[in-house]
Design a protein. Structure first.
Length: 381
């Protein structure tokens, strides 16, 4: 018996391309000898799904299967018509064609919202905006199969952030009709949970909408134009919530009125280890603090001002713009430069919210993560 997986639609041999009507006639006449297509599949020792695909013309027939069906049908006229209309395709073409059919089948299993759908359907637009922000804040798009250029998506949360994971999971179901499954533990033993989207089509959709593959801190990233150009407040809130919950941190204080909140983001620079004249912190030689950045200079400019103007986080600027539209006015600043393992410095950016704006984040559902809500509500009046 042939190896499993090569008996039917994708068996490794030359194929015959027939007009759809002629191929359907052949399958139905052969099937009539056994009662139905399922019994024909059993007799030919091929999956019943293959017979179905042959009947509807979705796949071409392997030569041996076509010859066997002609023998079963016993129709001389049909055999002559097929001889004059059939086009033999070699195995290379057959393999490529089978791959393209399989790819389309996978594509049919997910929904990829179009720009028109996002403009018309407000609820879909808001959920799609949240998915993109979650991946920008807490996930990434990475190359899964380099030889085929296929990408996949991953999302990572802290171990206690199961509510955020389930929120993202529900969004993927609603937007893409794709279930990322229950949270998984990373293999390195970190206190985190992860989820994956193993669909090249969803990954490509995210890339088209601003989530560039690879290391995010090294790329110029933006929120999609259909979010930034929207006039819907709830779309802005949906796009901002993952940033508040994913990259946000509540800062306590002895005075409830002084509680604050910040959102962090990194952006790589072109400044290497030997370029900066600024002394590092004594207990952490890989970090230059905010105060030292203010005191140092480079190329005749303040080091802080130089980094602020040259190595901004574009996506954090988009986030700040949306906050401003909601009458929330955070302060965007560089809190430190951190030295990476490749010898280059990285800007550590913050959006800092004063107490009044921090309290707004909960009231406007910009923060929904349980721990952060509890921390901010403890400082409310």
């Amino acid at each position: 018996m042939p190896e499993r997986g090569t008996r039917g639609a994708y068996r490794k041999e030359d194929r015959v391309q027939l007009p759809v009507e002629l191929q359907k006639e052949l399958v139905e006449k052969a099937a009539s000898k056994y009662g139905n297509c399922q019994e024909l599949a059993k007799h030919l020792n091929i999956p019943k799904s293959s017979v179905h695909y042959y009947r509807i013309g979705r796949l071409t027939m392997p030569v041996s299967v076509m010859e066997r069906m002609l023998e079963i049908a016993g129709d001389k006229d049909l055999k002559e018509r097929i001889a004059g209309r059939g086009i033999t395709k070699d195995r290379t073409w057959a393999n490529e064609y089978a791959v393209s059919i399989y790819r389309e089948m996978c594509r049919d299993n997910v929904r990829l919202p179009t720009r028109e759908e996002l403009e018309i359907d407000k609820e879909l637009r808001r959920k799609a905006a949240a998915v993109i922000s979650y991946v920008l804040a807490e996930g990434s798009v990475w190359l899964q199969k380099e030889e085929w250029g296929e990408c996949a998506v991953n999302i990572t949360f802290a171990l206690h952030e199961t509510d955020l994971y389930e929120h993202f999971r529900s969004l993927c179901k609603d937007v893409f009709l794709y279930d990322i499954g229950p949270p998984q533990k990373p293999g390195n033993g970190a206190a985190a949970i992860r989820g994956f989207i193993y669909s090249r089509f969803v990954a490509e959709w995210l890339i088209e909408n601003g989530v560039l593959p690879g290391e995010k801190s090294a790329r110029e990233l933006h929120l999609p134009s259909w979010v930034m150009n929207s006039s819907d407040n709830l779309t802005w809130i949906a796009a901002l919530q993952p940033w508040c919950d994913g990259e946000g941190c509540a800062h306590g204080s002895q005075s409830p009125l002084r509680i604050s909140f910040s959102i962090a983001q990194s952006r790589h620079t072109t400044l290497d280890l030997m370029t900066l004249p600024c002394p590092q912190t004594a207990n952490n030689p890989r970090k230059i603090t905010h105060s030292k950045l203010k005191l140092a200079s480079i190329y005749g400019f303040s080091l802080y001002d130089y980094c602020y103007s040259s190595f901004g986080s574009e996506v954090l600027e988009d986030v700040e713009t949306l906050f401003n539209r909601l009458d929330i006015l955070p302060i965007r600043e560089i809190v430190a430069l951190n030295l990476k393992d490749d010898g280059f410095w990285s800007c550590h950016w913050h959006l800092r919210f004063r107490a009044r704006d921090a309290r707004k984040l909960v009231r406007m559902a910009l923060v929904v993560q349980e721990r952060k809500v509890a921390a901010l509500e403890s400082g409310m009046i």
